[in-house]
Design a binder for this molecule. Structure first.
Ligand SMILES: Nc1ncnc2[nH]cnc12
Ligand SMILES: [Zn+2]
Length: 330
């Protein structure tokens, strides 16, 4: 009998918490906060969840997050994510947030952080989900802004696991942010970066070699570069792949032609994540189910789940316990 993919224990390592805003939550927060949106109702908003590319998605993503004002709003959003994630087998989650996108529209950094850190603590108490928060730098904002937001992250050192790099990829190569990532490395933060989502495989090389990242987010365009596949397979660098996202943003034509399973078979440490699940058609368990329809075997699903634990920043003890949970469930 096929394994229950929702009950398969897994880690989620590529999840933008602002990308979990379902249309009903956006409308609820807009009403509560008196924020005017260019959509009359939930259905009209949902109808807009169809994208030609990354930028078109980002435009909607940034406009919907304008409904987040108070710590309670951030807490509500994240708590809803954790409840759904728990029901889909997530045991450990390293969630992204985009502080510049909130501070830039007048929300205090501490307001955002209070809501998110409370939700992280609640998730462990209520669902047994471990993990934490990775603050992403917006690569389409000036480098000075990256340093300024990093100063705030550093001032709240204990609330963050690490720093990341996201937003519009193609005109903004990783090396623009070498200095701020060097600072973060010296300060002992883990470092991750989106690379090879829409941008070329060369961005994966520079994320590794100039930013010193511990993990690559997406990285699917590594499949176009044989030398890079060899390098990744020989390393411990994991790729946090997001299948439904790549189809929704037209990076790959369909899941049958997605490079995930090919990279897995080449020995690259890939795993399945949801990216922005409210926008792309499903949470991490839904991504597993969709990949099964596209040909993923149970044995591959189990390897992907183990890779998600191995690629996480959890402690060695936590990792051992979660690997054992996967073995028990499979
Ligand atoms: N898929 C994605 N790529 C880059 N930046 C993002 N921010 C939220 N989702 C993103
Ligand atoms: Zn992402």
């Amino acid at each position: 009998m096929a394994i229950d993919l929702f009950r398969l224990p897994k880690a989620e390592l590529h999840l933008h918490i602002e990308g979990t805003l379902e249309p009903e939550t956006v409308m609820e927060l807009a009403d509560a906060n008196g924020v005017r949106l260019p959509y009359p109702d939930e259905d009209a908003l949902r109808a807009a969840y169809s994208f030609r590319d990354l930028q078109e998605f980002l435009d909607l993503y940034y406009s919907a997050m304008a409904t987040l004002l108070t710590a309670d709003d951030f807490h509500l959003m994240a708590s809803r994510y954790y409840a759904t994630a728990a029901a889909q087998g997530v045991k450990h989650a390293e969630i992204f947030c985009d502080p510049q996108a909130h501070v830039g529209r007048g929300v205090r950094f501490e307001e955002m952080l209070a809501g998110l850190t409370q939700a992280v603590a609640d998730a462990e108490r209520d669902h047994g989900i471990t993990g934490g928060i990775i603050a992403c730098i917006l690569r389409d904002q000036p480098v000075e802004s990256a340093h300024a937001i990093y100063d705030q992250v550093l001032a709240h050192r204990d609330s963050f696991i690490g720093i990341g790099l996201d937003s519009a990829e193609r005109p903004f190569p990783p090396e623009l942010f070498t200095d701020v990532f060097t600072r973060a490395g010296r300060d002992g933060f883990k470092r991750v970066a989106h690379a090879g989502e829409e941008g070329p495989a060369s961005f994966i090389w520079t994320a590794l070699d100039t930013l010193g990242v511990d993990r690559i987010d997406h990285g699917v365009r590594a499949a176009e570069d044989e030398e890079l596949i060899g390098r990744l397979a020989a390393s411990d660098i994991a790729l946090t792949v997001c299948p439904l996202s790549n189809v929704a943003l037209k990076g790959v034509p369909d899941l049958e032609h997605h490079p995930l399973l090919g990279l897995l078979e080449r020995g690259v440490k890939v795993m399945i994540n949801s990216d922005d699940p409210a926008y792309f058609g499903g949470y991490v368990g839904d991504n597993f189910l969709a990949m099964r329809v596209a040909g993923m075997t149970d044995a591959q699903a189990i390897r992907l789940a183990h890779n998600s634990i191995a690629g996480s920043f959890a402690s060695a003890e936590r990792k051992a316990a979660l690997h054992a949970e996967i073995d028990a469930a499979s």
